[in-house]
Design a protein around this ligand. Structure first.
Ligand SMILES: *Cc1c(COP(=O)(O)O)cnc(C)c1O
Length: 401
């Protein structure tokens, strides 16, 4: 009955069952692990040390700034998608560099952005022409996002900036049509972002395509930003190949290399806690209704889509007790997935999903008036601190006076 996909196993926590470890935390809630963030940070710092590249935290994936003092020991700075994230990085990870890429900047925002950002990356030659001179006068390092037109992923079309018709990045054809020597003079670097949860072989392929298209430009640049999507902290990731790609670009073009992963910084560093509110049946299906919602609290489960790892599930096992897990909202598709367990589920049971730090706390919503789950810090010493106190006001304040 249940279609159980293969997916990464739930990361076991210091030998203790997470359902016991987290038993006292009211649900729904996110628990963010300092120990795992630190482990990820150390690995990224080692890559920087061995290659001389700089790695930034892409805040759109993870922006729980209570953890920036910890991450700031390991990353070189932050990457922002626009004014607000740039300001957050500037305020909360003050010792790091602030980089920003936005599909298009507004006149209203740009002046203020100049007070936060160190690197400003444009998405088009028009935007470079419009804002580049002011940014240069303000002493900023200026980049242009290029599109190497090299798709290396099939699974997630909405995360493929190289798909036909993409609005992200300047193709070589457009470059040749619009670039002038004067505008090229403004540029300090090139930026590309084409990967999503990918390994270094796809980076290697992309770099070949980039080199083919922009080999005359790259040696004139000071830096090359290889974007995010590098799943560097995943256990089977090919670190050696990544480092080879970095040093090759450094040697070939004489550029400083930046990477700006989001996921890799906070991979496996969060848990989502939710309780079973009811169990209903529909023909062959047993369905557990939870106090957590895919649509509201883990939106990428639906958008990407994917099934997160769940503690205690029998991944890939036939038989056992199968349940479809879903939220209490009105959306028929508010389903996390079909999971099978060794034992029957009961009302009140605590379920703990893994890898819930990324694209969750910074992407959730209050659709249906769902409460925002509180965010907890799981400290290295092993204790829990509640970081937020969300309530009705957080729902209401976004909707009116
Ligand atoms: C999304 C994004 C990132 C981070 O991507 P991850 O998949 O979370 O590593 C970095 N840079 C840019 C420009 C992005 O759009």
């Amino acid at each position: 009955m249940a279609v159980v996909e293969t997916r990464p196993p739930f990361t076991v926590l210091q030998g203790q069952a997470p359902t016991e470890l987290f038993a006292a935390i009211p649900t729904p809630a996110y628990v963010l692990s300092e120990a795992q963030l630190e482990k990820n940070g150390q690995l990224l710092a080692q890559v920087m040390e061995r290659t001389g590249c700089k790695i930034l935290l892409a805040q759109k994936a993870f922006s729980n700034y209570d953890f920036y003092p910890l991450l700031g020991k390991y990353v070189a700075g932050t990457e922002a998608s626009g004014l607000y994230e740039a300001r957050l990085g500037w305020e909360e990870l003050a010792e790091g560099e602030v980089h920003v890429f936005c599909g298009a900047y507004t006149d209203e925002d740009f002046g203020e952005l100049l007070s936060y950002a160190d690197h400003i990356v444009f998405n088009s030659i028009h935007q470079l022409a419009k804002f580049g001179p002011a940014a240069k006068d303000a002493g900023k390092s200026i980049g242009l996002r290029v599109n190497p037109e090299c798709s290396t992923q099939e699974g997630h079309a909405i995360y493929d900036p190289c798909a036909p018709g993409s609005r992200l990045g300047v193709t070589r054809a457009v470059w040749d049509k619009e670039m002038t020597e004067e505008l090229l003079e403004l540029l300090d670097g090139l930026h590309f972002h084409t990967l999503c949860e990918q390994d270094a072989d796809d980076l290697e392929t992309t770099l070949e395509a980039l080199t083919e298209k922009f080999c005359d430009i790259l040696p004139r640049m000071e830096w090359l930003n290889m974007g995010g999507g590098h799943h560097i902290t995943r256990p089977v990731y090919d670190l050696e190949k990544l480092e080879h790609c970095i040093t090759r670009a450094q040697n070939l073009f004489g550029v400083e290399v930046y990477l700006e992963p989001g996921e890799a910084v906070a991979l496996n560093a969060g848990f989502f806690l939710t309780k079973v509110l009811d169990i209903v049946e529909n023909n062959d299906y047993r369905i557990a209704i939870l106090d957590g919602s895919a649509a509201c609290h883990m939106p990428d489960v639906i958008e990407m889509p994917y099934m997160p790892p769940l503690y205690g599930e029998e991944a890939g096992q036939e038989g056992g007790y199968c349940y479809r897990l879903g939220g209490p909202t009105c959306l028929s598709g508010d389903v996390i997935g079909d999971y099978s367990f060794q034992e029957e589920l009961h009302v009140g049971d605590l379920l703990v999903f893994g890898d819930m730090a990324i694209y969750t706390t910074c992407k959730n919503n209050t659709f249906n008036g769902m409460p925002l789950p509180n965010i907890w810090r799981w400290s290295r010493e092993g204790d829990f601190h509640q970081l937020t106190h969300f309530g009705y006001e957080d729902f209401k304040m976004r909707l009116g006076k």
